[in-house]
Design a protein around this ligand. Sequence first.
Ligand code: F0G
Length: 460
Amino acid sequence: MAKKEMGSVTKTAHYLRCIGCGATLSGPEAAEDFRCRSCGSLFEVEYPAIGGQRAIGRHWIDTWRQRRASHSPLDRSGVWRFRELLPILEDERNVVTLEEGNTPLYRLPRCAEALSLPHLYAKHQGMNPTGSFKDTGMTAALSVAHERGFPWVACASTGNTSAAMAAYAARAGMRALVLLPEGKVAWGKLAQSLDYGAINCQLKTDFDGCVAVLAELVRKAPVYLLNSVNPYRLEGQKTAAMEIAEAMDWHAPDHVLVPGGNLANSSALGKGFAELHALGLIDRQPRISIIQAEGANPLFLSLAEHHGKHLAPVRADTRATAIRIGNPASWVKAVRILQSTGGWCEQVSEQEIALAKAEIGAEGIGCEPASAVTLAGLKKLVARKRIHPREKVVLVLTGHTLKDPEYTIDFHRGSLLKEEEMAAMPTPERTQMQGLARAPIVLEPSVESVMRVLDAAVRF
Ligand code: F0G
């Protein structure tokens, strides 16, 4: 097969720019831990050839849409169909794809009504092949690792990155090493990385401890680091912005809310919208707001106490284990995106997360606990009048509800929250929560017993 051009821009048309000191490198020159050798900051990918392509950009809109009807896996991928905006590979034959992306933008009618916010949507990134938004980043960064000939890839993870990495590595015939915090990874996620054949090390520490071990390991072993400090991950993740804009007929929403953990995805989305804006494909950039769990809120505290100039790591604890992160690697990128788009950072309690997750479930959509922080945060932003009724708002649901079935079952059985946590809830929210809980009912196998349940439900 002849070597093909990836879209209409020059191949390898990218370099890496340090967000701290501005130093630039070619991709392969980056250090193993993706930190700048001069100042220790992270990098982002830049494309010198794309800036001046405003006229071509309009023409790309048709190409991107038409590719969805193609039979080529590259075209059918919701990441690679936008490949004009991510020329990171030398040869498209190195792409490793599971036809990720192209996820739905759902309306949330009941949540919208409750908040008097008619234009409320959920971009469900949990509808990706391994059930989380990580697939969109993984196809990009793992393809780079594949092209550069690395036999091994590695990550520290709260469970979703590892599930995605293990799947894509298996597809590429590469080996995968996963470091997980022991006892703090939801079963659905651990089951995935086991099934996809990764080596799973459960370290007796938290996520931040796993990151510290891996940062040293990558300097000693020939493994390619696939945590979100790897800037190619964000290039894949930014395509959610293209999909949102496309689904809204190339109009940007007013506000996009994302959960904050290691704090990379917020900047990936921001970068996507910024690039579309620079190309003239959308007329403005949405505000990006980041929502953290109260027990894992280092960004919230940094903004409240240090204007985002300094971040003090916290000892993280939340049942939303995906975002149980106290020392987020990409916090500087997150602060930049909040400031450049005029977004806010909110924190939400365990009770607020549990209720929001049940409300999203009751819409017939569902998500994992970390994703539900977006709805909980939205309620706060609406209450503070930071979001107005006419605004178009998108919640980014990052993970599928089946990722963490234990959480959901505990919720419905009434055993998720402690008594004192329930008692601390305002009465209307507690009542709403109890109304949403649907404990499984154990019965004798008779029509009468089922009828009794049905009668009671009809009367209720
Ligand atoms: N939502 C889910 C479901 C996640 O898995 C993560 C991060 C986030 C939100 C936060 O995104 O880190 O870019 O701010 N999970 C990582 C993992 C850390 O290892 O799977 P972020």
